[in-house]
Ligand binder design. Structure first.
Ligand SMILES: [Zn+2]
Length: 319
């Protein structure tokens, strides 16, 4: 097994609409030392004072204020990340090296656009692995936000993990409806709840719970998002698969919101991830880590295609 400290720096992107409770959640995680040796980057679209409690809970912190790092301030983010990679590479003792970066995004950021910043820089793409996209959802206001704001939907769609806040204040039937809607918009994302930063288990949503309607926003493709599972078989042809995936993302990148899976290759078990058109360079996983059962299965989440179409397309490519 490779030494994990020689691996890439792990980046967690913390997203969520304005006022969803990102900072409260993060502060509690930092107090619990959930991210080990961590550097926190806080991005505020407006000029804003730093949260003192957050400052004391993080080992190190950088504030990027005054513009959003998914759009206007992309270069600031790139520079900050490059500088963290550089500092880390100068520390000889792996036990002292930075393990994690948590980027608390502005409430106006699209996590997929931030992934693009990393993928478009050859140094960052080599040195940073995006560990998780966590999106905080305000159970009281998410319905209005998702019905009115394409950005709010984009945040949900990019999530690996959705954390619902204010579930103690929202009527249970409304929370159930929200969760059914989130399941539809982000079928691959795990859902949990947090009240004042502490985690809560969520019961399963009753199967007959109706999601709320999401009106078409500004000509946005309104076809429902579905998760397709591709079984690559016991001995997948990694090269053929990646060529196919690149072609698919090139042709249909607007319709694909997420690709995720673990593929066994001669080089090891590779974690493959893409958000929209942006493919992360595959991370090599420990040989026995994670459930082997799901190896060689790749989830493709998006709209406007069926699982059968994907399977047929891949079969043509591999032939
Ligand atoms: Zn932005």
């Amino acid at each position: 097994m490779t030494d994990p400290t020689e691996g890439r720096l792990r980046l967690t992107i913390l997203g969520g609409f304005l006022g969803s409770g990102k900072t409260t959640w993060l502060r509690h995680q930092l107090h619990k030392r959930a991210f080990g040796r961590v550097h926190v980057i806080v991005n505020e679209a407006a000029e804003a004072p730093v949260d003192d409690a957050l400052l004391t809970a993080a080992d190190q912190m950088t504030l990027l204020a005054g513009a959003c790092v998914c759009c206007e301030a992309r270069d600031d983010l790139r520079r900050t990340l490059l500088s963290l990679c550089d500092q880390r590479s100068r520390i000889a003792d792996p036990a002292q090296r930075l393990e994690n970066i948590v980027l608390e995004t502005s409430g106006l950021a699209d996590p997929a656009a931030i992934l693009e910043v990393i993928q478009s820089d050859p140094i960052l793409a080599r040195q940073i692995v995006v560990a998780e996209v966590i999106v905080v959802i305000d159970a009281l206001n998410a319905r209005d936000q998702m019905q009115q704001e394409a950005l709010s939907r984009a945040q949900v769609e990019a999530a690996d993990r959705l954390i619902l806040t204010k579930t103690d204040l929202a009527p249970p039937d409304r929370t159930a409806q929200l969760r059914a809607t989130l399941q539809q918009a982000a079928p691959g994302a795990a859902q949990s709840a947090a009240v004042f930063g502490s985690g809560l288990e969520l019961a399963d949503v009753a199967a007959d719970t109706q999601p709320f309607a999401l009106p078409d926003l500004a000509g946005q493709d309104a076809a429902p998002i579905a998760a397709s599972q591709l079984d690559l078989g016991d001995t997948p042809d990694w090269t053929a698969f990646t060529v196919w995936l690149s072609a698919l993302l090139y042709a249909r990148g607007d319709q694909i919101v997420r690709v995720k899976g673990v593929v066994r290759t001669p080089a090891g078990r590779l974690l493959l991830q893409a958000v929209r058109r942006s493919v992360q360079s595959p991370e090599i996983l420990p040989p026995q880590g994670g459930p082997e059962r799901s190896d060689n299965e790749v989830a493709v989440i998006g709209r406007g295609f069926t699982q059968d179409q994907l399977v047929a397309s891949l079969a043509r490519f591999s032939a």
